[in-house]
Design a protein around this ligand. Structure first.
Ligand SMILES: [Zn+2]
Length: 177
């Protein structure tokens, strides 16, 4: 699989004003993909009234597969958008290792998806709407934040949250599906 760019440097120990870790930023390609993901999510929500949650697997700045929430359509509670997107790539490429890929989602991945992404080796997760601002129903372990999961993780991963959040946050405010 293609490589991802080196992470942004953390803090400068010599700069007392730079104590807070650098906030990871999306790449231009990730931003463009998020814009498209939000467009798709809105089209779903405003169209047939389905669940407007859209994810994508990216590598080398290109989208390899899109995924939409299919929980109701397929009567499968595991078919969140992120799961659908990674399954499309792993099954299409006959592999389970997506190391080096990035996953984007219009909504912060839930605990199930976060674990699945990590099992697949995905270590960069870019999302728009953040847990603190959406309906609690989207998370089953609401007492845990993604920072808690990051701190508890066996291996490092980088969450990049709040990307274009204002453009999609209204879809997830009241938890309607
Ligand atoms: Zn999920």
């Amino acid at each position: 699989m293609p490589e991802i760019p080196a992470p942004l440097p953390d803090t400068d120990p010599d700069d007392p004003l730079a104590r807070a870790p650098a906030r990871p930023e999306p790449t231009a390609a990730e931003r463009d993909a998020m814009r498209e993901a939000i467009r798709r999510a809105r089209a779903i929500a405003e169209g047939d009234g389905g669940v407007g949650i859209v994810a994508a697997v990216m590598a080398e700045g290109r989208v390899l597969a899109w995924g939409e929430n299919r929980v109701h359509e397929w009567s499968d509670p595991t078919r969140h958008a992120e799961m659908v997107a990674i399954s499309a790539v792993t099954q299409g490429m006959d592999r389970t290792d997506l190391r080096g890929a990035t996953v984007i989602s219009t909504l912060q991945p839930c605990e199930m998806c976060l674990a699945a992404l990590r099992f697949a080796g995905v270590d960069r997760i870019v999302y728009a709407a953040t847990q603190a601002r959406v309906h609690p129903k989207y998370f089953m372990f609401g007492g845990l934040s993604i920072e808690d999961f990051r701190a508890a993780s066996n291996e490092p991963f980088t969450p990049v949250g709040g990307v274009l959040e204002e453009e999609v946050i209204d879809l997830y405010a009241d938890g309607q599906e």
